[in-house]
Design a protein around this ligand. Sequence first.
Ligand code: GDP
Length: 327
Amino acid sequence: MTDTETLADRILAGDRRALARAVTLVESTRADHRGEAAALLERLRGAGRQALRIGLSGTPGVGKSTFIEAFGMMLIGQGLRVAVLAVDPSSARSGGSILGDKTRMERLSREKAAFIRPSPSSTHLGGVARRTREAVALCEAAGFDVVLIETVGVGQSETMVAQMCDLFVLLLAPAGGDELQGVKRGIMEMADLILVNKADGDLKATATRTVADYAGALRLLRHRPQDPEGFPKALPVSAVTEEGLAAAWAEMQALAGLRRESGWWDRTRAEQAAHWFEEEVRAGLLRRLAEPGVRAEMAAQAKAVVRGDISPEAAAQAVIRGLGAED
Ligand code: GDP
């Protein structure tokens, strides 16, 4: 058996160490690793396993890690296996990540039925998202039932996460009416479920009002013809007292079930696959452009253009034709 085959078998057996190794492999930018990662993903795809992929977005401090820990523990209590991944736009700049960090979810990280992985670092958000999407596929193959994909951002990271999810949950804090404006319309439009967290103690009454405000705003925003009756919804939760978590899970399952029945699920997953295929082609071509041989060819063609020996168009065509051939 090749290394890839052995790794694939271990992942299919649910081995978390093998899964962690595979995630590291898909995060690598080395050309040979990219090839291995593609072979591995292709092999695992054959298993046909699917998890419920849930995107979870919220600004820092809203309670994402507290929520994921409590929600994840609840699901594990029901016998489910839960993976937590992250798409962190700041990791694209800093190389570090504040999301999906095990120290933020201490109880969950000790559970055998959990797998937590911080955001990959990359030089740009598109790379972070592509690698996370591959990590999602690995978690599915490893038999995880639920994959939570955490993000925080200004819109762009949410759009990318929505492209790899079956449902999208927005976590918000209790707020006065004016503050509703602070939530970007585009992000609201992506949400299937708005959970107003911290609906406990002194904040409970404000949270109830906030839920009503968002429910109203969701009704006004748009009508998605593909949405089942009653969705998108707003609900109160408390990650600390755990009140509302079971209700939120019931809504997610109901929506997922309705989407499976209507054919939306399969259609959306197929569209998402087509989207990531295009992204991968684009990224692959950009990587080719950065290879030394191609750069040398471009530099030579640029010189010829400057000398007036060849037109920019013809020189570009020559480079593009050359891309088809590997170095
Ligand atoms: P994150 O930055 O979105 O991951 O937020 P954290 O989970 O770190 O939570 C930020 C702060 O909010 C912490 O002090 C939490 O204890 C608090 N917090 C989170 N969830 C709740 C909740 O349901 N109720 C209350 N009262 N506080 C909460």
